[in-house]
Design a protein around this ligand. Sequence first.
Ligand code: COA
Length: 158
Amino acid sequence: MDKYLKVNPITFEETLPIWSKHLWPGRKSDIEQVSCINQVGDIDVEIKNFSPEFYGCFLKEEMAGVISCHPINKKVLRLRGIYVFEKFRKNGVGSLLIRMVKQRAFEVECQNVFGLVRTINQPYFERHDFAAYKSISGYEYGPHVLMGLGLNSLATPL
Ligand SMILES: CC(C)(COP(=O)(O)OP(=O)(O)OC[C@H]1O[C@@H](n2cnc3c(N)ncnc32)[C@H](O)[C@@H]1OP(=O)(O)O)[C@@H](O)C(=O)NCCC(=O)NCCS
């Protein structure tokens, strides 16, 4: 199926309904375009000054999954909000979306990518060269772990 999949930029308005209905159903905190959580899990409102990007993965015209990314400073890119619709799972959609964020990190010369990952998905991100460096509790949707990607993995663009 891989060769029929395409990743294209989309808008926050297109992403938000998918996030609110599927990724974060019943979420108590507002879903903002940019998350102010930094790479050590603290709130940093300066992050709001950076522009987010949103991507959709499409099989022909049908949306299969979404992801977002935004810098949190000049050197670090946050990967955020990956969601693949159930019927498209296990077809490489999530992998393509993660590769897109890695490519963007390479293009904007960020030296690191990090994500705040549900602990249940830690093995999935490890498959994509992320390493866990800090456990975080207290956020909605269960225990999370901060995971980061180093320069070496960014050296190979798509
Ligand atoms: C996690 C998710 C993005 C994976 O998307 P996907 O398109 O199915 O992923 P891929 O096709 O690239 O990879 C599938 C492989 O990863 C494995 N995988 C998926 N989730 C996994 C997990 N949590 N732990 C370990 N392996 C996992 C699959 O079993 C499959 O393995 P296989 O190739 O050996 O069959 C998708 O399951 C999803 O949207 N989940 C719900 C939303 C979510 O949890 N988002 C992340 C929040 S941190």
